[in-house]
Design a protein around this ligand. Structure first.
Ligand code: GTP
Ligand code: MG
Length: 577
């Protein structure tokens, strides 16, 4: 069995026990070629977004990840697990091509085999536990528990496993990291690299969908469960929700062709009076299944009367908050659209990460539904702004449609959703503006946008007359009669405009005065991430230096916080050793 593990390309992991700040900081500063930098590899495809040549299409990435997830398993492990022995044990069933550990209600491992058959072999040798007072529902999933038969003999084969981080740092840590960058552009890139979903996190997202697919397949054997939204559109931040789409379309696919001969055969099916009702019924039974039989699925809520019916639940082992929808192909297409824009030019994702994070810190967005802007709306605003640059940084949707081939044709519910899939057909932009200019200009642009009369239209790449009196009108990319930001009220729009102006002003002042970019003073992007009250006092006094009592106090609290954490980490290490 010595060689059965083959190439165990374990992804580089953060050093357990270190403060999160130093982990992320080190990750960012590592020189190319080190193991730690590898962790920053772009999350969606295999190439750095923005680099032309042989870029994978969205469907190719989805297909590859889906297949990878079907060869993977999730294991809940004991706290002190001997890694080498565990791998040796598991590779009795076949070659392992990848693995990593992470912490969420205990230690978990994701193991990827080179062949699906290995999982069947592992399942055959795994038993269903029978408690004395608890009765198991005998569902053989790909989520296992592994226990040490004799713990005291076995923990001596090396160090504790290293766990991959699945959460983003606190704002205080992030501000401190940004203060160490060389320029505002450096800050924008640092912020994206620290916050973006990691390679391991993406694998875990696809694996979670694949585990849910196994459960749904009990009813609909040919179904697929696909992730969409920020998990796959290249704008995902660590900790973002996991949007899933139950796709039943493949089930009916081949039937139309089988009409040769004198008879046509069709399935006996139950019919209901509307597609919406069918979706609600399907989600209702899948919701019951997840609640009753889904290992690790907790807090299942059926939200079937929403505009887009869904089942919301927590997948405890992966730590994801999941929203499962069905019959939601347009949202999947919107994810492809954002993926295309994110891949075309590296400035798109970088700017979107900064704007989205800024909006969250300024309480312009929220995880609770309400009258606020959403991340999706903000991303469309970033895309629109970049389309409007001279020369444009990215093209309009109409341009992407005109470059499409016959194979790309896509009509969903009567809407033309055609997009070119081969990104090498799109000419790179001649615009060379830097990210610091773009960030400042973004705030300036939307701080002065005529929201009262114009709508934002990324299909044309131009503003148009507003068709109704909503405070802000962002045309839905694929359903032109819908406003993506119809929920936003006047008050929230005013706050957005005010904060955008204030942020543009702060960036411009710093540009003029070339403040000393010391690590002890929030500057550039970091200054925009302070609660807005702190910047307000500064904004009202143009010409005066930005150092004021409030910022000084904030810095002191940042330092005290860091010191507290280092002490806590030291104490934790002492207790562990
Ligand atoms: P996060 O805030 O990081 O979760 O971003 P997200 O893009 O995943 O947003 P969210 O979870 O709210 O929605 C998931 C996906 O649904 C989005 O990426 C869009 O594709 C789609 N979506 C969200 N809101 C709207 C909307 O108002 N209209 C339309 N057409 N699609 C939407
Ligand atoms: Mg989402």
């Amino acid at each position: 069995m010595a060689v059965c593990m083959g190439l165990v390309t374990r992804l580089p992991l953060c050093v357990q026990g270190r403060g999160r700040f130093f982990d992320s900081f080190h990750r960012h500063l590592s020189s190319p070629g080190t193991a730690i930098l590898k962790r920053e590899e772009p999350p969606t495809g295999s190439e750095e977004p923005g680099l032309p040549g042989n870029r994978k299409t969205f469907s190719e990435v989805q297909k590859e990840r889906h297949e990878q997830a079907q060869r993977s398993i999730l294991i809940s492990c004991p706290k002190k697990v001997p890694e080498k022995r565990l791998l040796k044990h598991l590779c009795q069933h076949g070659e392992i091509t990848n693995h990593f550990f992470f912490e969420s209600f205990g230690i978990h491992a994701v193991i990827e085999y080179s062949k699906k058959e290995s999982i069947a072999s592992l399942q055959d040798s795994t038993f269903i536990p029978h408690g004395e007072t608890e009765f198991p529902i005998p569902f053989k999933s790909r989520f296992f528990n592994i226990n040490l038969k004799n713990p005291s003999n076995q923990i001596s084969d090396g160090t504790l496993v290293q766990c991959s981080d699945q959460s983003s740092p606190s704002n205080v840590d992030l501000v401190e990291m940004l203060c160490n960058a060389e320029s505002v552009e450096g800050q924008i890139i640092t912020l994206m690299r620290i916050l973006q979903v990691t390679e391991e996190n993406i694998r875990l997202r696809y694996l979670t969908c694949s585990l849910i697919e196994d459960i749904a397949a009990a009813y609909f054997p040919a179904c697929t469960v696909k992730p969409f939204g920020s998990s796959v559109n290249s704008f995902g931040k660590l900790g973002c929700d996991l949007d899933m789409f139950l796709d039943l379309d493949d089930i009916g696919k081949n039937s139309a062709a089988k009409t040769a001969g004198s008879f046509s055969m069709e399935y006996q099916v139950k019919n209901v009076s509307s597609e919406r009702w069918a979706t609600q019924k399907i989600l209702s039974v899948i919701g019951e299944c997840l609640d009753n039989f889904g290992p690790g699925c907790v807090s299942v809520q059926k939200i079937l009367h929403a505009r887009c019916p869904l089942v919301r639940f927590s997948h405890q082992a992966s730590g994801f908050q999941c929203d499962l929808t069905a019959n939601n192909r347009i949202a999947l297409k919107s994810s492809e659209l954002l993926y295309i824009y994110g891949t075309l030019d590296s400035r798109v994702r970088a700017l979107a990460f900064s704007v989205r994070y800024w909006a969250r810190q300024q309480a312009l967005t929220s995880s609770i539904p309400g009258a606020w802007l959403t991340n999706f709306s903000l991303t469309i605003m970033v895309i629109f702004f970049l389309q409007k640059r001279s020369p444009p940084i990215i093209p309009s949707i109409d341009y992407l449609k005109n470059l499409a081939g016959a194979e790309d044709k896509c009509i969903i519910e009567g809407n033309d959703c055609t997009l070119v899939s081969n990104l090498d057909r799109i000419k790179p932009s001649l615009n060379t503006e830097t990210l610091d200019i773009l960030l400042c200009q973004f705030f300036e642009y939307f701080g002065n946008f005529a929201f009262n009369k114009n709508s934002i239209n990324i299909r044309k790449g131009k503003e148009q007359n507003k068709p109704d009196s909503s405070p802000i009108y962002i045309q839905n990319p694929f359903e032109p009669t819908l406003n993506v930001s119809r929920n936003v009220n006047e008050n929230q729009l005013e706050r957005f405009v005010h904060l955008a102006r204030e942020s543009a002003w702060i960036l411009q002042q710093e540009d003029k005065s070339q403040l000393s970019k010391s690590s002890s003073h929030p500057w550039g992007l970091a200054a925009l991430l302070l609660p807005s009250g702190l910047n307000k006092s500064k904004a009202k006094k143009p010409g005066k230096g930005p150092t004021n009592e409030t910022i000084r106090k904030l810095l002191e609290s940042i330092k005290a916080d860091s010191a507290k954490r280092s002490t806590a980490t030291r104490e934790k290490r002492t207790t562990q050793s």
